[in-house]
Design a protein. Structure first.
Length: 256
């Protein structure tokens, strides 16, 4: 059984769009929907958990009910940090210890089926696996005053993305321990690494960007044409209805 948890409960502050960025459209299709459709058309995926802010849960349920072709899913409320959102998602998943859970940022709609499948395969082999790309830039380690302390060897540096996948038992233990010890990590694997468990890097591609700042929307628009051949089709009238729902939700009130 493979379950995917999609953290989507952020506020998209760096996007400065006055709304949660995952509801912004790229080529007419909301980012969250693009991500869910990409996974839904991937054979190995059994079920999905969409984690959104508590004030978005009902709205997202209404929205997703209109979409044909989604894998079985549930919508649960997230928390104030990504890690708490993922934790709520994990806790909502029943199953066996050796089931696989993938975590994928809702804001990464351009992930490929190949990366998803490679990650699942590596989780089966190693217990934990994360999508990543070789660092393109030289990275410096600096002190708090901006003085350079060290230059790590670039050939050892990977920029990590999602999906990040783990055996259910390992992920549960990692998240429980982090909570108990008040540890807040910047990705899922860092919590698993603290347990001393192995995590395998899976080579991904540079298209799997996280839509974060306004220029990412422009970059995303450049990817759309090739993307749309990969996604299952949604009737245009359904898309119009969904965009209207989103507009209504976010008008003036910032969605709350
Ligand atoms: N996320 C979440 N719960 C939070 C914070 C973030 O589920 N409390 C999700 C976001 O919705 C996003 C993913 O985690 O899909 C990656 O986070 P990020 O890119 O930082 O998104 P935001 O937190 O929304 O953006 P920002 O940090 O600019 O406010
Ligand atoms: Mg954030």
């Amino acid at each position: 059984m493979v379950t995917v948890i999609f953290p989507a409960a952020g506020q998209g502050k760096r996007m400065q769009a006055g709304m949660n960025k995952v509801f912004m459209s790229l080529g007419g299709i909301p980012i969250l929907l693009r991500t869910l459709l990409k996974y839904s058309s991937c054979g190995e995926i059994d079920q999905m958990v969409v984690v959104v802010a508590d004030y978005e849960v009902e709205f997202v349920r209404t929205m997703l009910k209109k979409v044909p072709g989604l894998k079985p899913y549930k919508v649960v409320a997230g928390g104030s940090e990504r890690q708490y959102s993922v934790l709520n998602g994990i806790r909502s998943v029943q199953g066996r210890d050796d089931d696989i859970i993938l975590v994928h940022d809702a804001a990464r709609p351009f992930v490929s089926h190949k990366v998803i499948l490679d990650t699942i395969y590596a989780v089966k082999q190693f217990g934990g696996a994360i999508a990543a790309v070789p660092a393109k830039n030289t990275i410096k380690i600096c002190d708090p005053y901006g003085m350079v302390e060290d230059t790590p060897d670039r050939s050892c540096l990977w920029e990590v993305q999602t999906p990040q996948g783990f055996q259910r038992e390992i992920l549960l233990e990692a998240y429980d321990q982090a909570l108990a010890e008040g540890f807040l990590g910047t990705d899922d694997a860092s919590l698993v690494e603290r347990l001393g468990r192995s995590v395998r890097v899976v080579e991904s591609d540079y298209k799997n960007i996280k839509i974060t700042t306004p220029e990412d929307i422009l970059i995303g628009e450049a990817f759309i044409q090739a993307e749309d051949e990969l996604l299952p089709e949604i009737p245009p009238e359904v898309l119009t209805e969904i965009r209207e729902l989103i507009q209504e939700k976010w008008q003036g009130s910032e969605g709350r």
